[in-house]
Design a protein around this ligand. Structure first.
Ligand code: NAD
Length: 293
């Protein structure tokens, strides 16, 4: 039986946020980073995510600007709001909370954000920068996964790494980042055949599926490192419990390390949003970007 180390994302996030706050203080005489958040509609989960982002901004010394827009807003009116924020020199980062109402084309909104202010790292210019391993703003959740893996393993070089999920937000950008760390990547998705066999071959598994407790303990190679990105409501409608994609209890004693849900990747994602805001501010204003890795 393997002793499983539970990777404490909350603790790493607290350390990272302290470092970011210190750097913001350092630059205080020169500038204060500004983060604009836009919420369209009243989706309860989105409201909680936005509230957390605004609170964390305040805690770290980032100036926050928030726009609450009605679900009925037209795409043209939303684009006009983004244009104003693009042109506002106090604003370093613009975050439009997803998902957007069906009548709005999310890609058109993402493409309208100034790539220099695209703290989510979703704009095609930043996606291309990641693809080419060039300087840019990279998506927060994959960056959080890499950070936690590098804190857990001395090197990712040559390790067989299975990324489950191919979304633009997690799976795809994470696969590129892992490749840049010299890991050997397999990407699995909903059409993958015999996922269990792929899992059993992997030294590292990152699960970004969106299905509670989908990945079973018996699928894990003894000693593998597991990063659980999933944030899912319990299948029991009476339970408010948040669950990962991995059956955590079954992974204990089998994996060498695992991130819990909650308290793993989630807190790190917000910390890296703050880092991206500081990074965007430094890049745009011509200051050195502090290294957090
Ligand atoms: P998504 O729905 O866009 O993508 C899910 C992926 O899972 C798809 O690529 C799909 O092909 C794959 N998939 C679905 N069923 C599968 C199966 N049976 N076998 C293998 N692959 C399968 O979701 P997403 O935005 O990438 O998010 C994934 C999960 O991560 C969700 O639970 C989401 O809430 C969570 N998430 C967490 C954070 C965080 O900060 N921790 C950030 C973003 C997303």
């Amino acid at each position: 039986m393997t002793q499983t180390h539970v990777i404490d994302g909350k603790e790493f996030a607290a350390l990272l946020k302290t470092k970011i706050a210190d750097q913001i203080l350092n630059y205080k005489q020169n500038f204060t980073p500004g983060l604009a958040t836009i919420l369209v509609g009243t989706n309860p989960s989105s409201q909680i995510y936005i509230k957390n982002k605004i609170k964390t901004s305040h805690d770290l010394g980032i100036k926050s600007y928030h726009l609450d827009l009605p679900a009925t807003i037209s795409e043209i009116a939303l684009l006009a709001e983004i244009k104003i924020l693009n042109e506002d020199s106090n604003i370093d980062g613009i975050l439009v909370q997803m998902p957007l109402p069906d009548h709005i084309d999310a890609n058109r909104i993402i493409n309208a954000i100034d790539p220099q202010k695209d703290v989510d790292g979703f704009h095609p210019i930043n996606a291309a920068a990641l693809y080419m391993n060039q300087k840019g703003l990279y998506p927060c959740t994959p960056t959080a996964c890499i950070y936690l893996l590098k804190q857990t393993l001395s090197s990712l070089r040559g390790l067989k790494t299975l990324v489950i999920g191919r979304s633009m937000i997690v799976g795809k950008p994470l696969s590129l980042m892992l490749l840049h760390e010299d890991a050997t990547i397999t990407i699995a998705h909903s059409q993958t055949i015999d996922l269990k066999t792929l899992c059993l071959e992997a030294d590292i598994i990152v699960a970004a599926i969106g299905r509670p407790h989908f990945l079973r303990g018996s699928w894990i190679k003894p000693g593998a490192v597991i990063i659980d990105v999933g944030i899912n409501r319990s299948l029991d409608p009476d339970s408010k419990k948040i669950m990962g994609d991995v059956c955590f209890e079954e992974a204990l004693g089998r994996a060498s390390a695992i991130t819990p849900v909650p308290g793993g990747v989630g807190p790190m994602t917000i910390a890296f949003l703050m880092y991206n805001t500081l990074k965007a501010a430094c890049l745009r204003r011509g200051y050195e970007v502090p290294d957090m890795f």
